[in-house]
Design a protein around this ligand. Structure first.
Ligand code: PMV
Length: 334
């Protein structure tokens, strides 16, 4: 099964690309997985081995504007800086756009504004691809539903499938080879007072892409066989925690899931390690604070930065111990 087959299944014809507006515009929030996606059962379609569950950061993410342009290639601008056309990022975007223009008849000016560090494990590719496909949907008037956009965004970056909703979102692994059942959906649960703290140790580009890291883990880590079992368990516990609003259960499950993911990576060869010394130091500080009674947990993605999990009542204490933390009160109403 190829990506072009998925396009056919969604549109049933070549995607219409007559612009309906002068510009297409869309925002997509970034999402932080509490139960992680790590490993693909199909690398072409970005079909995951397991389901995953995330929380969206409502105001953090990517705002993308697209306009047709009279040039033979794309112009990609991220945070007012033009990205070189031979860079990996622009190549990935170009390949993604090629799915919607088999004859390469049109090209875009793509302007992305992100308010999160790029490519440092803060899911910038997730909100990037989600906002790009939504902006195309706007420009060309496709009127696709969110679950269809989720399937299309996944073809650009797996975790982008989860970036179409606020709140908690589950991405179902699915079983079909065409991936039409590998779709994310929002969970109808809110948790007022739940906070995520962004603790940025480095905003440098990660040395090993998540694509490469996953592949290496699946192919060479003996611990990977335990991963699907761990995810199944953690998903059930996390949903229970959401249901009864048990914060230590949510925080502990998310932290243990992230550490297990990193353990499977470390057992790969060559090893996949996203920790910096500062990452470990922060973990130890969190464990020490927890022993002193603070309900503070963390999760970590494919980068050295930690995302702290805590409740609104502890914002002051968390800021006191981590002065540089950026706090997002996830369900706070404007
Ligand atoms: O979608 P990708 O290829 O950027 O992979 C994301 C992987 C993790 O962020 C580590 C986990 C996740 O579920 O988001």
């Amino acid at each position: 099964m190829r990506k072009s087959d998925v396009i056919q299944l969604i549109f049933h014809r070549p995607p219409p690309t007559d612009p309906k507006h002068e510009k297409g515009l869309a925002f997509a929030p970034t999402n932080i997985a509490l139960v992680k996606y790590w490993g693909k059962r199909d690398a072409e379609l970005n079909l995951p081995m397991t389901s995953s569950l995330s929380i969206a950061l409502p105001d953090k993410g990517a705002m993308t504007t697209v306009m047709l342009q009279d040039q033979a290639q794309e112009t990609v601008i991220v945070n007012d800086r033009e990205i070189p056309s031979d860079s990996e990022f622009v190549k990935r975007i170009t390949q993604f756009l090629d799915l919607f223009r088999p004859e390469k008849k049109w090209h875009l000016n793509i302007n992305i504004k992100m308010n999160i560090p790029i490519a440092a494990g803060l899911a910038s590719s997730a909100c990037g691809f989600a906002s790009l496909i939504s902006a195309l949907n706007d420009l060309f008037g496709w009127q696709l539903a969110a679950h269809q956009l989720s399937i299309l965004a996944r073809l650009g970056s797996g975790s982008a499938a989860r970036s179409f909703w606020t709140g908690f979102v589950e991405w179902h692994a699915g079983v079909q080879s065409d991936g039409m059942d590998s779709v994310a959906e929002p969970l109808s649960v809110e948790w007022p007072g739940l906070c995520v703290g962004l603790l940025t140790m480095s905003d440098k580009e990660k040395p090993i892409s998540s694509r490469e890291g996953m592949q290496r883990t699946v192919n060479s880590s003996i611990l990977y066989t335990a991963w699907p079992k761990k995810v199944t368990q953690d998903l059930a516990i996390l949903k229970q925690a959401l249901h009864v609003k048990n914060f230590p259960l949510l925080g502990g499950t998310a932290e243990s899931n992230a550490l297990t993911m990193h353990a499977t990576m470390l057992a790969s060869w060559p090893p996949v390690c996203y920790f910096l010394p500062e990452t470990i130091a922060a973990m130890q500080q969190i464990w020490s604070l927890r022993r002193q009674g603070l309900a503070l947990y963390f999760t970590e993605d494919a980068g050295p930065n930690l995302k702290l999990l805590f409740l609104e009542e502890d914002i002051g204490a968390v800021k006191e111990h981590f002065p540089s933390v950026e706090v997002v009160n996830v369900f706070e109403k404007e």
